[in-house]
Design a protein around this ligand. Structure first.
Ligand code: 13P
Ligand code: SF4
Length: 305
């Protein structure tokens, strides 16, 4: 049996499904039952009938799956696959902001630990952050941890006072605007599609700013034939599937997320086989962190405030 057949058989034995983010290797995306952005994966986790969820991504994704489906078995092919930004805020910073603004809403990006989610009022992803912040009743918002997404939201929702924290994604923050400019000069017809985690200079060059799914959907529907992609290179797999006729260019310093690239097919098979890479969340965090994520799903679906 080859590795894909082994995975298929193990999935049946364990009543498991594989969920993968667009940044993991193409061969892992190809083996997954569902591939998507963080919002899509969170929504799915809340409603799938299977007993076991295998999260091919970084730990905050598995945690979100567990928080939204606490009775399910959540497996991570690599428990060390992590997102550095997910840790970039302290409880003291949140407390200080709450003391300063009594009506404050603490909005945490989904790229955050379960503990950070437990201190927050509502979670957002890059796909719904603007909509959710706009719909909050609060005037003052503390947006944690990502400064670049926070600034993008502040531009889109000028009626709110948004306090910006100083967290960042190393992959997107360090992308060089000069390299994107050089690509634009070489390909003047190309559209620049950027993730809102990119630094301000890169975002200024963008024709479209959106989540990984948003970027893929834009390219799929666009009449353009060339695209400059300012996000992690893993999206290329789906971009090429959706637009085999188009050309995609990335910055010369290739944006690669080390955490995402830790996931391999062998580790997926191993996690299914021995069931040892169980992801769990501390008991005392389950309710408050889960509430933050559920509120996101409610507001995003138009039901909550
Ligand atoms: P998306 O929610 O757009 O998939 O982004 C997740 C992420 O980690 C971006 O770096
Ligand atoms: Fe975290 Fe950045 Fe990797 Fe996304 S690309 S998971 S934000 S380190």
């Amino acid at each position: 049996m080859n590795i894909l057949e082994t995975i298929e058989q193990l999935k049946k034995e364990k009543d498991a499904v594989i969920l993968a983010h667009y940044y993991v290797e193409g061969e892992v995306q190809a083996a997954a039952d569902y591939v998507g952005d963080s919002f899509y994966l969170s929504k799915l986790a809340a409603g799938l009938p299977n007993k076991t969820l295998v999260f091919c991504g970084v730990s905050f994704m598995g945690e979100s799956g567990k928080l939204l489906s606490p009775d399910k078995t959540v497996l991570m092919p690599d428990l060390e696959a992590d997102c550095p930004m997910a840790h970039m805020v302290t409880k003291e910073a949140v407390q200080a902001a709450r003391e300063k603004y009594p009506d404050l809403a603490v909005v945490c990006y989904v790229n955050s630990t379960a503990e950070i989610k437990s201190w927050s009022d509502v979670c957002v992803t890059s796909a719904n952050a603007v909509k959710i912040v706009r719909n909050l009743p609060n005037e003052h918002i503390f947006f944690i941890p990502d400064k670049n997404l926070a600034r993008h939201v502040a531009q889109q929702v000028p009626e709110k006072h948004i306090l910006i924290h100083d967290g960042y994604c190393p992959v997107h923050e360090e992308m060089k605007a000069e390299e994107i400019k050089a690509l634009k000069e070489g390909h003047p017809q190309a559209k620049v599609l950027a993730h809102p985690e990119c630094n301000a200079k890169v975002l200024e060059l963008a024709d479209y700013i959106g989540s990984t799914s948003g970027i893929i959907a834009y390219a799929a529907d666009s009449p353009a034939k060339e695209f400059i992609i300012a996000t992690e290179e893993g999206v290329l797999y789906e971009l090429e599937r959706k637009r085999p006729d188009a050309a995609f260019y990335f910055a010369e310093t290739r944006p690669v997320c080390e955490g995402m690239k830790r996931i391999t097919l062998e580790k997926v098979a191993q996690a299914l086989r021995d069931g040892e890479n169980l992801l769990d969340v501390k008991e005392e965090l389950k309710e408050p962190a889960g509430r933050t994520l559920k509120r996101m799903l409610e507001i995003a679906s138009g039901k909550g405030k």
